[in-house]
Design a protein around this ligand. Structure first.
Ligand code: GAR
Length: 204
């Protein structure tokens, strides 16, 4: 059965685009992007969704008295839209325990470093500033911590001597655009099993 996913994004939405492209090309067959939500009114991710006639919603944090109120409203909306899986793609808000509990095992995130190294808002800049020789990206389940949930997929790439945050992030984005559709497909096929901190992938 087709799984209905909601993509939550605050920015450019290149990962959203990669997901849409993977669906359109037939690489990802068992999911549909039912909804795109942003906390930023002018996020280009919303524009990408509108171009594909995907339902969009802007959740303005100023209209809520607390992070939990925001999440309660958002969860209610996601449930109303019968969303199976929540996909965070550059969504720059930490979900509250209320949200995580409501969609337990049904929230994925992508992060531009090899977690648990360099969590947070500036994964690429932090890794570069640390002087690492290898970095990459991680797709993981979301739990109540900051980028701490069980890891589904990771891929590494070398840091070049003359890399800037921009050049490095560009190469990481290329990895992300391949890895995220793959992880979403694995979830939709029911092939991911969480055992403690580990996420095991069932062989076909
Ligand atoms: C991606 O690189 C993603 O890994 C990162 O934001 C970017 C969004 O790009 N997420 C985080 O740093 C989360 N902590 P996009 O808007 O082009 O998809």
């Amino acid at each position: 059965m087709l799984k209905r996913i909601a993509v939550l994004a605050s920015g450019r939405g290149s990962n959203l685009q990669a997901i849409i492209d993977a669906i359109e090309s037939g690489t990802m067959q068992n999911v549909a992007v039912a909804l795109v939500v942003s906390d930023r009114k002018n996020a280009y991710a919303l524009e990408r969704a509108r171009q594909k006639n995907i339902l969009t919603a802007y959740f303005n944090s100023r209209l809520f008295i607390s992070r939990e109120e925001y999440d309660r409203e958002l969860v209610a909306y996601l449930e109303e839209q019968q969303i199976d899986l929540v996909v965070l793609a550059g969504f720059m808000r930490l979900l509250t325990p209320y949200f995580v509990l409501a969609f337990q095992g049904r929230i994925l995130n992508i992060h531009p470093s090899l977690l648990p190294a360099f969590p947070g808002m500036n994964g690429v800049a932090d890794a570069l500033a640390w002087g690492v020789k290898v970095t990459g990206c991680t797709v993981h389940f979301v739990d109540e911590g900051l980028d701490t949930g069980p890891i589904i997929l990771q891929e590494a790439l070398p840091v070049a001597r003359d890399d800037t945050v921009e050049t490095l992030h560009q190469r990481i984005h290329a990895l992300e655009h391949r890895l995220y559709p793959l992880a979403i497909s694995l979830w939709a096929e029911g092939r991911l099993k969480i055992e403690g901190r580990r996420c095991l992938i069932d062989e076909e």
